[in-house]
Design a protein around this ligand. Structure first.
Ligand code: AMP
Length: 416
């Protein structure tokens, strides 16, 4: 299905053409007509499926169709600053030939940033793409008028709840007019999301695209090693493959910093990304990585979701993520849209059982790499799996609770 079949205006189609989209992805084929009907929507769709355009395009089209005062017409709530910036950039592209305006509202402590946000919010902008804590701070000051808000999108809703934003979202809802069309997008549909949907949405259209599996095009491999073999193996892989764009995910920021230091010593083009790096430095690193001025980015899960960096050649999981969903999101950084990608997970001494659970969750046994002889003996893989259903349930619910306990409720920055 092409974008010309959705009834979009010529200037919006011009933006879509300029970006280079030709055919709609499955989530776009289903969500765009649904949103055009004006009904609420709940959609389960993983990142990488084209879900951002699935809501930005019909909303933009409807804003163009009914131009009105300068008041805010659409609010998109997202879990992280990076995602707010990225969605706003995408919006800038789509709306380039239209009159529809947007701003990202995501925080930052500097006075002028808040003042600029305040100015845009009170003078009027069509679309606000925001993190919940920051938006609430503005709402409490009284100058944001949402009486004409027509569209609310909760994007990456499972991540929003994992990060403890439930109360903030409910508070933001109290500022919205009754007839506002609400859309909820989530990679997973745990009970908490269903509860939120029951509270927030009215008779929603349901779309289910997510399969909780990495894209078929990702070549997944695991290296079963002793912990002491991990860094030398990464060095070996990097030298062998000589790739342009590589992301290495670590579960903690300490490990992220240490591995970055070690790779820098090898004179590799590498930098790090975690919550100890301030916002402007994070943006600078991300931009260098996107522009291919930096080959290797070592990051915590702060970057595993939502962020769209094109053409990452290889994902390396330094350790097995604590949550099967995080595995899917990390691996999903490669093979975006139609490209192909590769992901290698290092399964350390304590990771076997956890990786076995991930294999059950994704319904696939991941190929195990043959480790070169020079690394000496390696452990054999021993996942000691439990029964399928029990594992799947426990795995998710345990992590979600921990996540909520550990993360502050009002901070927009994931502390990983
Ligand atoms: P998303 O799931 O929204 O993060 O999108 C993932 C990637 O797919 C982004 O790079 C989008 O620009 C790209 N994309 C989205 N829709 C399309 C489309 N219809 N055709 C080609 N690429 C697309």
């Amino acid at each position: 299905m092409t974008f010309h079949e959705f009834g979009f205006t010529a200037e919006l189609l011009e933006g879509i053409d300029a970006i280079g989209y030709e055919n709609a992805t499955p989530i776009q084929e289903q969500a765009i007509p649904a949103i055009m009907t004006g009904k609420d929507l709940i959609a389960s769709a993983q990142t990488g499926t084209g879900k951002t355009a699935a809501f930005l395009l019909p909303i933009t089209s409807r804003i163009i169709a009914s131009p009105s005062s300068n008041n805010i017409k659409c609010m998109v709530i997202v879990p992280t600053r990076e995602l707010a910036i990225q969605i706003d950039q995408q919006m800038q592209g789509f709306s380039y030939f239209t009159q529809v305006s947007s701003i990202p509202v995501y925080g930052g402590t500097a006075g002028p940033v808040f003042e600029n946000e305040r100015k845009s919010l009170s003078e009027g902008v069509d679309m606000v793409i925001c993190t919940p804590g920051r938006m609430l701070a503005h709402l409490k000051m009284g100058y944001v008028k949402l009486s004409t808000l027509s569209f609310l999108v909760l994007d990456e809703a499972d991540r929003l709840l994992d990060m403890g934003f439930y109360d903030d979202i409910i508070k933001i809802m109290t500022y919205l007019p009754k007839n506002c069309q609400k859309m909820l997008f989530s990679a997973t549909m745990p009970v908490a999301i269903r509860q939120l949907a029951r509270k927030a949405l009215v008779d929603p259209i349901e779309i289910n695209i997510a399969t909780s599996k990495p894209a078929e095009r990702v070549k997944q491999e695991a290296a079963v090693v002793y912990d002491s073999q991990k860094t030398p193996l990464i060095e070996y892989i990097l030298k062998q493959k000589k790739l342009q764009s590589i992301m290495i995910f670590c579960s903690t920021k300490e490990k992220t910093k240490q591995l970055t230091r070690e790779l820098k010593k090898l004179r590799l083009s590498v930098d790090e990304m975690h919550s100890d790096i301030d916002q402007s430095a994070r943006e600078a690193v991300l931009n260098r990585f996107k522009a291919r001025q930096l080959n290797i980015l070592v990051a915590t899960d702060i970057l595993s979701r939502g962020i769209d960096i094109e053409d990452i050649d290889l994902i390396i999981n330094y350790d097995v993520p604590h949550d099967a969903e995080d595995y899917i999101h990390r691996v999903g950084r490669t093979a975006r849209a139609a490209s192909e990608g590769e992901a290698i997970t290092l399964v350390g001494e304590k990771d076997h059982r956890r990786f076995g659970i991930i294999e059950e969750f994704i319904g696939k046994t991941v190929d195990k790499m043959v480790i070169p002889e020079q690394f000496g003996d390696c452990p054999s893989y021993n996942p000691v799996r439990k029964s399928k259903n029990n594992n799947k349930k426990k795995w998710n619910s345990g992590k979600r609770n921990q996540g909520n306990d550990n993360r502050p409720r009002t901070d927009n920055t994931p502390k990983c």
